[in-house]
Each structure stands twice: as C-alpha cells, then as structure tokens.
Write a protein that binds this ligand. Structure first.
Ligand SMILES: NC(=O)c1ccc[n+]([C@@H]2O[C@H](COP(=O)([O-])OP(=O)(O)OC[C@H]3O[C@@H](n4cnc5c(N)ncnc54)[C@H](O)[C@@H]3O)[C@@H](O)[C@H]2O)c1
Length: 311
C-alpha cells in the first residue's frame, strides 16, 4: 500500500458503506482522516452522529488518527466548515473524497419536486461545496509558492455514466458529477490538484434497497464488498498518481475500468447548414435500426462488471 503518512483526508458520507471503507483504508495507509457523515436515512431524512463517531473509534482502535464531522455537505456554509475543521484540527488538507449520497428513486412521470431537489442537492451541490472550499485553500497555497499534490476523488455511478431507469434525479446528478470532474481537473491542474471520479458498485444499504439483498459468499472473494473500492482511492491519493486526472473509473469486485467519456462519434458533415429533410434521411441511413441507449446492466457487463440486479 502506498504511504499517505503526513497527509490529511476528508471523506464525506464516511459513516457507512463505501465511504467508511475509504476512510479505514486511507487511515491504514497513514493519513489522518476527517470522517464526515450527517447520519440520516437512505432518503436523507434525520441526523445521527453515531455512524461517523463509530468509524473514528474504529480508526483509533487500529492505531490511526481521525476526527468526526456531522456537517451537511449540501449546505455551502457547512461544507466550508468541514474544510475549516480539517485545517484547524490537522493544519493541512491533501485529499478530499466526495462520497456522501442519498436515494429517492421514482419514475420520471411520478417524481416530485422535492425528490428531484433533495437528490441533486446532496450529490451535485454536495460535491461542489467541499470541492470549492478545498480548491480555494489549495489555490492560496499554490499562490504562496507551495508545490501541491492534492486530490479530489468524486463519486459518480453506473446509473449516471450509463443511465438507469427510475433514477432521473440520481443519474442526472451522477452524470453531472462526472462532468464536474472533467472541468475541475482542467481548472485545478495549475495548482497541483488532480480530480478523478469513481463509478462504484457494492453491497450497501443503498443497493440492498434498490436491487435486493444479495448475500455475501460463504468464503472467498466477495465482488460486492464495499471495501473493493478503497484501493483505487488510496492509489489515486499517492504522490505517484500526480499525472492521472479527469478520469472516471468503473469499479466492481476486482475490475477497474477507466471509462471513455463522451467522445467524438458518428460524423454527419455538410459544406453548409443542413436541410432538415436531408439530415433526417442521413440519420435514417446511418442508423437503419435506430439509435438508443444500451442500458446500465448491459453497459456494466461491457465494462467488466455485473449489476446486482442480475446477481
Ligand atoms: N453502493 C453502490 O453500489 C453504489 C453504486 C453507485 C454509486 N454509489 C455512490 O457511492 C456513495 C456511497 O454510497 P453507499 O452505497 O456507501 O451508501 P450509504 O447510504 O451506505 O452511505 C452514504 C452515506 O452518506 C451519508 N450522507 C447522506 N447525506 C449526507 C449529507 N447531506 N451530508 C453528509 N453525509 C451524508 C449517509 O448518512 C450515509 O452514511 C454515494 O455517493 C452513492 O451514490 C454507490
């Protein structure tokens, strides 16, 4: 495991599931960790400081150093407080893992405004706030002449990058997080900050609710263990990963697929503005069987993984 000794990390939503594993692994690699978690329900209701504190206790019991934080990442001011706590407590910040999330699944035709707003707020604004405040701190250090090797690791989803039925709010937020990753990577490169994102897949309360509770195997490797996501976070946090930025990694079990983002595709080119009739004819000629999304389950299989939906 690369050594992260001397580094300080914030992991949002680290009281449970995938975030908890990120926090444990970063601490094991030597980083001091701010364990953020609001502690609410899967739908984002209520608060509870117990999950964050219990991860802090686990890290301390294993000989690491951590502190709890219960800020709501979707609140811009609270996100500023979260970054400030890392700086006050440990005097520096090197790694920000944006991971906190909630679910309010519904078919688009039935989705309420609240279901849309809450999910966009926790995921998309909950990535923007901490990143914005951490970036301002890092820019200041860079201006003062410090050479940085700072990291932002975001959390997208197969639902966002491939598109999943019933998750218009969640998938739109997750696709936007992949977009934010590419833009932030380009903007923050000049300060020595890399920005990448993960599209994870693991057994947590989030997937149990959506896809059913698939039991862990009796023995051997469990491809749905949320700890399978953590080695990528540790690897990207290492100084040696300084050149890798703006990437989105699909992770399932032992599979890490470096996804291709939206890229140039089928070109329909004319010397001047297209006539709609001619364009329609061209589209029908190029796509005689139509053109439509393949769907999340098929795309996950292509990426080397498996949806929990197909077991
Ligand atoms: N489990 C999967 O297969 C999977 C797949 C794709 C993406 N993801 C993403 O991975 C991330 C972690 O999900 P998980 O599966 O571990 O779910 P989880 O519910 O176990 O963990 C999410 C944590 O985020 C915390 N949280 C929610 N809102 C918060 C807020 N406003 N501020 C601070 N903390 C908040 C929750 O209290 C919870 O502990 C999420 O972003 C999720 O969308 C998970």
């Amino acid at each position: 495991m690369p050594s992260l000794k001397g580094k300080v990390a914030i992991v949002t939503g680290a009281g449970r599931g995938i975030g908890r594993e990120h926090a444990l692994a970063l601490a094991e690699a030597g980083a001091r960790v701010v364990v953020n978690d609001l502690g609410g329900s899967l739908a984002g209701e209520g608060t509870d400081t117990t999950p964050a504190q219990s991860v802090v206790d686990e890290i301390a019991a294993a000989g690491g150093e951590a502190v709890a934080n219960a800020d709501d990442v979707s609140d811009f001011g609270a996100a500023e407080h979260l970054v400030a706590q890392a700086l006050e407590e440990y005097g520096r910040l090197d790694i920000l893992v944006n991971n906190a999330g909630i679910l309010r699944d519904r078919m688009l035709v039935n989705m309420t405004e609240d279901e849309w707003d809450a999910v966009i707020a926790v995921h998309l604004k909950g990535h923007f706030g901490p990143t914005r405040h951490a970036a301002a701190h890092w820019r200041q250090l860079a201006k003062e002449g410090e050479t940085l090797r700072a990291r932002v690791i975001n959390t997208s989803s197969p639902s966002g990058v491939f598109g999943n039925v019933g998750q218009a709010n969640y998938g739109a937020a997750k696709a936007a997080i992949a977009g934010l990753t590419v833009i932030a990577a380009q903007e923050l490169a000049r300060y020595g900050v890399t920005v990448n994102c993960i599209a994870p897949n693991a057994r947590t309360r989030m997937t149990e609710e959506t896809f059913g509770d698939l039991p862990a195997p009796d023995g051997g490797f469990d491809p749905l263990d949320p700890a399978n996501m953590a080695p990528l976070v540790v690897a990207l946090s290492a100084d040696e990963a300084q050149g890798i930025t703006g990437q989105c990694f699909f992770v399932w079990g032992g599979v890490v697929n470096v996804l291709r983002p939206w890229e140039a595709g089928e070109l329909l080119s004319a010397e001047e503005r297209w006539d709609a009739d001619a364009l329609l004819a061209q589209l029908r000629e190029r796509f005689p069987d139509g053109a439509e999304p393949e769907g999340m389950v098929a795309m996950m299989a292509k990426a080397g993984g498996q949806s929990m939906r197909v077991g």
